[in-house]
Design a protein around this ligand. Structure first.
Ligand code: DSN
Length: 418
């Protein structure tokens, strides 16, 4: 029913929730490394009439009528994805990163096959073989990790396991690894095993698009990503592959795993990819990196130990053990201070996953709001003071007041009600 209809009655309960969420996003500092803010244009397109359309299948091979414009849209989005990343094939239908990874794995191996992924406790993602995820239940997962001294990926271990296990797939890419990944070495390991290399570039896809992080595309049979992290698009997934894997990937996405694609989200992906093709996207990604580097420096100045000693990316991972606080305590304290972040395991963590000894911070969302390096000095001070006073609610309240007025210097969606 249209809001212009005389019978329209606003859903006050729902609108109140939406307005509260907008207020939360505006008045808090968003430092979850996997989150970002889309442009107002992308918000609008995500809410377009394509939400009404079923389009199971692919362009020119749909199971529904009326798909002529859905076809045009999907072809456009695929072309932009291929162009942005220099890929031979793109599938733009995955609803999320997990379904993209699921499709990639089913395209490259069979249930029960061995594969090699990064240990979740060392920075890998749930879908890289964790026993609770489909990836660890359907396939036989083996894990590599980081070295204890450097906290960098142990490439010798990757090579050794590749030779020993002969996995069908090697997965690289991570959720909480702050350093550049050496795709050439993963390629060598995959070749040694006769495995397909699947790279999950969800966290650093924006930097890859901008040419500020090495591209995994030339080295990998399949590359998966989400579209909403550093790439700054709508929530969703995307798969790039070599032409030889195109049919297998497409068949696994639909009909293998998903039904109707979310065409309104695909429209928003098309716009996000166009934004990422603009020259100022490179400036944006460069600023994310400068902000992360400055944040890391200031946190070290304040006495925090960072896993691997720093960052090459948008994220830093703090080892909180020298401060005698857990990740869970840190997350709660920051939330009270108006900073949103998440607890995270660190390599060789002795705490449970629900507690952890680490805190992960990212700079993509704050950079979208317009913060530059000098602003990160203040953000680092908010973080450090909150963590040093994490049991002191009155201190945290004072920081919260400062955070609110600081946040308002960087308006978010000024024209929106919710
Ligand atoms: N949950 C995402 C992250 O926070 O890294 C990955 O899917």
């Amino acid at each position: 029913m249209s809001s212009k209809s005389p019978n329209y009655s606003p859903d006050v309960q729902l609108e109140t929730i939406l307005a509260k969420e907008l207020g939360r996003q505006r008045d808090k500092l968003e430092m979850i490394a996997s989150e970002n803010f889309v442009s107002e244009h992308i918000l609008r397109v995500t809410a377009s009439v394509f939400t009404n359309k079923y389009a199971e299948g692919y362009p020119d091979q749909r199971y529904y009528g009326g798909c002529e414009f859905a076809d045009e849209l999907e072809i456009l989005t695929q072309a932009r994805a291929r162009k942005l990343f220099g890929a031979e094939h793109a599938n733009v239908q995955p609803h999320c990163g997990s379904s993209a990874n699921m499709a990639a794995f089913f395209a490259a191996m069979k249930p029960g096959d061995p594969f090699l992924g990064m240990n979740i406790a060392h920075g890998g993602h749930l879908t890289h073989g964790a026993p609770v995820s489909f990836s660890g239940r359907v396939f036989k997962a083996h894990y590599y990790g980081v070295k204890k001294d450097t906290e960098l990926i142990d490439y010798d271990e990757v090579m050794r396991l590749a030779e020993e296990i002969k996995p069908k797939v090697i997965v690289c890419g991570a959720s909480s690894y702050p350093r550049v990944i050496d795709f050439e070495r993963f390629r060598q390991a995959a070749d040694r095993a006769g495995a397909a290399l699947v790279t999950d570039m969800a966290h650093f896809a924006g930097m890859v698009a901008a040419g500020l992080y090495p591209s995994p595309v030339p080295f990998s049979e399949i590359v998966t990503t989400t579209t909403h992290k550093t790439l700054r698009g709508p929530r969703g997934g995307l798969i790039l592959s070599k032409r030889t894997y195109a049919k297998a990937v497409d068949d696994e996405v639909f009909p293998g795993i998903q039904g109707g694609p979310l065409m309104h989200v695909i429209a928003a992906k098309a716009l996000a990819l166009a934004e990422a093709l603009e020259p100022d996207f490179i400036d944006y990604q460069r600023q994310i990196l400068k902000n992360a580097s400055r944040l890391a420096t200031r946190l070290v100045d304040a006495g925090f130990r960072l896993v691997s000693g720093g960052t090459d990316t948008h994220l830093v991972l703090i080892d909180l053990r020298n401060k005698n606080i857990t990740g869970r305590q840190a997350e709660t304290a920051l939330d009270k201070a108006g900073i949103t972040a998440n607890k995270n395991t660190i390599p060789f963590d002795k705490e449970r996953f629900t507690v952890t000894s680490g805190l992960r911070l990212g700079t993509a969302a704050l950079t979208t709001r317009g913060l530059i390096e000098s602003d990160m000095d203040e953000v680092a001070e908010f973080v450090a003071t909150s963590l040093h006073n994490c049991e002191d609610d009155s201190q945290l309240k004072k920081i919260r007041e400062r955070v609110v007025s600081f946040s308002r210097k960087f308006p978010l969606y000024p024209g929106l009600d919710f």
